[in-house]
Design a binder for this molecule. Structure first.
Ligand SMILES: [Zn+2]
Length: 270
């Protein structure tokens, strides 16, 4: 996050003006409600069809979900510490989704990617205080405030900050389809060497990827965001924006451990 918060997690207000500007909040929400009630309608705008950086058809925003595996590992213990995400923040998330993805919804439907981060904070309390306020981020100066779906503390406690049904600003180009998992800490190495934190992280990630049918290769580090086949960003100035947290070499270690934990069956989920 710090890489994500202080330094920048996502979005960008000023530059975002290029391209599709959302209508008023009321109009946007009305549009969103129509989208939510009409599943036959693709959630992609006309503007996106002309966007050279639109995702490939097979991975386009708004595509139907794949089948969820019949059996998934047991859900790890999760402490609910939801940050305020009321009507205003949802409207801002909707406006962000329109600007950056051409999607008329703030909802996270059928996530296809899990992004791993570290916070650059010393504890959960300070992390919560950064994510809870709905204020422009310090890097891109855009609303809504940045966040993550989960934060894993040094002692292994898994905190959920945002429901999985809502998009969260944690990774430019991927917020439309990615679950964000933050780890309290200051480096990839610190997190990877913390046994309690890693145990919880791997259990959570395994449960999530099995629940949503997410391939192991789509569990990525923030620093790998630009090479994800799901990366999509309408704002030209942000198409090469990423952060330093969880580089490829360290994610190879993470994915190897995740693979060793087992596949998507209930057996051995511990
Ligand atoms: Zn990050």
């Amino acid at each position: 996050m710090a890489a994500c918060l202080a330094a920048a997690c996502s979005g960008c207000g000023g530059a975002a003006g290029a391209g599709a500007r959302p209508a008023s909040t009321r109009d946007a929400l009305a549009h969103d409600n129509r989208t939510l009630t009409d599943r036959r309608s693709p959630a992609v705008t006309r503007g996106q069809a002309a966007d050279n950086h639109a995702p490939r058809a097979a991975t386009a925003p708004g595509r139907p979900a794949r089948a969820v595996p019949a059996s998934v590992p047991r859900r790890p213990p999760i402490v609910q510490d939801l940050i305020p995400f009321g009507a205003r923040r949802r409207a801002e998330m909707l406006a962000y989704a329109i600007r950056h993805y051409g999607l008329h919804t703030y909802r996270l439907r059928h996530p296809q990617v899990i992004v791993i981060h570290y916070t650059e904070t010393p504890d959960f309390a300070s992390t919560y205080r950064i994510f809870a306020p709905d204020v422009p981020d310090s890097e891109l100066h855009e609303l809504p405030g940045t966040c993550a779906h989960f934060v894993i503390d040094r002692d292994g406690t898994i905190h959920q900050l945002v429901p999985l049904s809502i998009m969260c600003r944690h990774t430019v180009g991927l917020n439309w389809t990615a679950i964000g998992i933050e780890h309290v800490g200051f480096s990839d190495a610190q997190v990877l060497s913390d046994r309690a934190q890693m145990r919880s992280s791997l259990r959570l990630t395994r449960w999530l990827r099995c629940r949503y049918g997410i391939a192991l290769s789509n569990v990525i580090g923030h620093n790998e965001s630009l090479t994800s086949r799901f990366h999509h960003e309408r704002v030209a100035a942000l198409r090469t924006q990423t952060h330093d947290d969880f580089v490829h070499a360290d994610m190879r270690v993470y994915r190897k451990r995740l693979r060793a934990l087992g596949g998507c069956t209930a057996a051995g989920s511990g």
